[in-house]
Design a protein around this ligand. Structure first.
Ligand code: TRP
Length: 419
C-alpha cells in the first residue's frame, strides 16, 4: 500500500517517497552523468553521493560551470536550534565540511533561533538562544575552518540580515507563503516573515562582495520550500539564484521514517552518554525474524532494518563490507544481536571522539560566531585599534562563557555594549 507522507520544513510524517518528492518539489535527481562530472572536477565522488543519500539538486551544473570558469562559490547552511543535535542533523553538516575542504569554500551557518522561538509554543527565547550555543559546539566539533566559517544566530545578527530580508519580504506575497508553507489563520504573524530571514544569507555574500557570488546550499530536502521562494525573488533583486543539494533523512531507530525530537529514544544525540547511546542501538528496530531458527532459515530483511540503515548512512564507508553485511543478513548467517553490538561499538567510538571535540569547541566559539556586535566592531576597526581588538576578543570570550548551564544568560549583549 502506498502510504501518505508529508514533508514541510516543520513537519515530516509517513514513509517518504523521495522520487515522488523530486517531482512534487520540481528538483533534479543527481544522476550518473552529474556524478561523472563531479568526479572529473574533484577527483572522486563522496560516499554520500554514491549512495544517493544526497539525491537531489537545483542548478548544480550551473554552479559547476561557474566553478570551472574560476568563479568561486560560497556555502550556506543552517540549523533550527530547538533541542540538542542528533546524528541525523550531522549528516548535511559532515557533507558541508567535505564541500568546504574540496572546494575551499567559505561557509555561512545560520541558526534560526527566531524561527524556533516563533514555531514552538513551549520554547522560551533564552532556550532558543541557548540551543544556538549548544548546537554551535556540534558544528565546530566537526572541524570546520575558523578562517572560512561564520556561524550566527538570527536574533543576534538580525541587524545585518534584516535589510536583505526586507528586500525579500517585499517581493513575497502572503498567498505565496500560505501556499508554500500551509499557513492558516492561527499561524502567528512572525512565521510569515521567517522565510525571508532564511533567504537573507543566500544573498549576503553578494552584498558583502558588491558583486554576484554563486552560493550552494546543502540541506535536508524538507528545507527546499524556503529556497524555492529565495530562488524566485533572486533575479528580481539582481542576484544569482542559489544552487542547492538535498539529502534524505536518517531513518529513526524505531523503524519509522525520520528521527524525531519528540521521541528521544528514536535518535542518538551528540550529548547522549555512551551508555544511553548503546542502549538505544541495542533496542533499535531490525529486520530480524521472530526466532533465531527462523532467521537462520529465512534470513533477515535489511531493507526495513534501522540498524542496517545506520551502517548505510554513517557507519560503514566501505562498499564491499556493506554488501557483505547485507548478504550475510539475507542468508541468515548473522543474527541481529551481533550486528547491533558492532554498530553500538562504532556509534560509541564516534560519540566519544565527537564529545571530546565538542568540549574543545567551547574555547573556539569566539573564532566562529559573528553577531551584530562583532560586525559593528569590524566596521569601526582601524589598524591602530589593537587595544580595542583585544577588548573585543575578551568581551566575546566572556560572553560565551557566561552561561547558565548551557544557556546563554539573557541580557548579556546589552551589558557588553555598555562596557
Ligand atoms: N530552518 C532550518 C531548520 O529548521 C535551519 C536553516 C536555516 C537551514 N538556514 C538553512 C537549513 C539553510 C539548511 C540550509 O533546520
Amino acid at each position: 500500500m502506498n502510504e501518505e507522507f508529508k514533508v514541510t520544513p516543520w513537519d515530516v510524517t509517513g514513509k517518504v517517497d523521495y522520487s515522488k518528492l523530486i517531482q512534487e518539489f520540481g528538483t533534479e535527481p543527481i544522476d550518473d552523468k552529474l556524478l561523472e562530472r563531479w568526479r572529473r572536477i574533484t577527483g572522486s565522488v563522496p560516499v554520500a553521493m554514491q549512495r544517493k543519500i544526497f539525491f537531489s539538486h537545483r542548478d548544480l551544473n550551473w554552479l559547476l560551470d561557474k566553478y570551472e570558469q574560476g568563479e568561486k562559490f560560497v556555502l550556506y547552511t543552517g540549523r533550527g536550534p530547538s533541542g540538542h543535535t542528533h546524528l541525523g542533523h550531522l549528516l548535511p553538516w559532515i557533507f558541508t565540511k567535505y564541500l568546504q575542504d574540496t572546494f575551499d569554500a567559505p561557509l555561512y551557518f545560520q541558526m534560526t533561533d527566531d524561527e524556533k522561538f516563533l514555531n514552538k509554543d513551549e520554547l522560551a527565547m533564552k532556550d532558543a538562544l541557548g540551543y544556538t550555543y549548544d548546537n554551535t559546539l556540534d558544528v565546530i566539533a566537526l572541524g570546520f575552518d575558523p578562517k572560512k566559517t561564520r556561524i550566527f544566530s538570527d536574533v543576534e545578527y538580525s541587524k545585518t540580515l534584516y535589510r536583505i530580508s526586507l528586500e525579500v519580504a517585499k517581493r513575497v506575497t502572503f498567498s505565496t507563503a500560505r501556499a508554500v508553507f500551509g499557513f492558516d489563520n492561527s499561524t502567528n504573524i512572525g512565521m510569515i516573515f521567517i522565510t525571508s530571514m532564511q533567504s537573507s544569507p543566500a544573498f549576503l555574500p553578494s552584498v558583502e562582495a558588491r558583486k554576484n557570488v554563486p552560493v550552494l546550499i546543502p540541506q535536508a530536502i524538507d528545507q527546499d520550500p524556503h529556497f524555492r521562494i529565495t530562488r524566485d525573488v533572486a533575479p528580481k533583486m539582481g542576484y544569482y539564484k542559489p544552487a542547492a543539494i538535498h539529502c534524505t533523512f536518517l531513518p529513526s531507530l524505531g523503524g519509522s521514517d525520520k528521527m524525531s525530537a519528540s521521541k528521544p529514544e528514536s535518535a542518538v544525540y551528540t550529548t547522549d552518554d555512551p551508555k544511553t547511546a548503546r542502549k538505544k542501538i541495542l533496542s533499535a528496530f531490525t529486520g530480524g525474524r521472530v526466532s533465531i531458527e527462523e532467521q537462520k532459515k529465512m534470513g533477515g530483511v535489511p531493507g526495513v532494518c534501522a540498524v542496517f540503515q545506520y551502517y548505510y548512512y554513517l557507519f560503514e564507508e566501505d562498499r564491499e563490507k556493506l554488501n557483505q553485511r547485507e548478504q550475510k543478513c539475507v542468508r541468515g548467517e548473522v543474527m541481529c544481536g551481533e550486528c547491533k553490538q558492532e554498530l553500538a561499538d562504532r556509534v560509541v567510538r564516534f560519540l566519544e571522539k565527537h564529545q571530546e571535540n565538542r568540549e574543545k569547541a567551547k574555547d573556539k566559539v569566539q573564532d566562529f560566531i559573528v553577531s551584530d556586535y562583532s560586525a559593528l566592531y569590524d566596521r569601526l576597526k582601524k589598524p591602530e585599534d589593537k587595544k580595542e581588538a583585544a577588548k573585543y576578543k575578551k568581551a566575546m570570550k566572556e560572553y560565551y562563557s557566561t552561561r547558565d548551564g548551557d544557556r546563554i544568560a539573557i541580557g548579556k549583549t546589552k551589558e557588553l555594549e555598555d562596557k
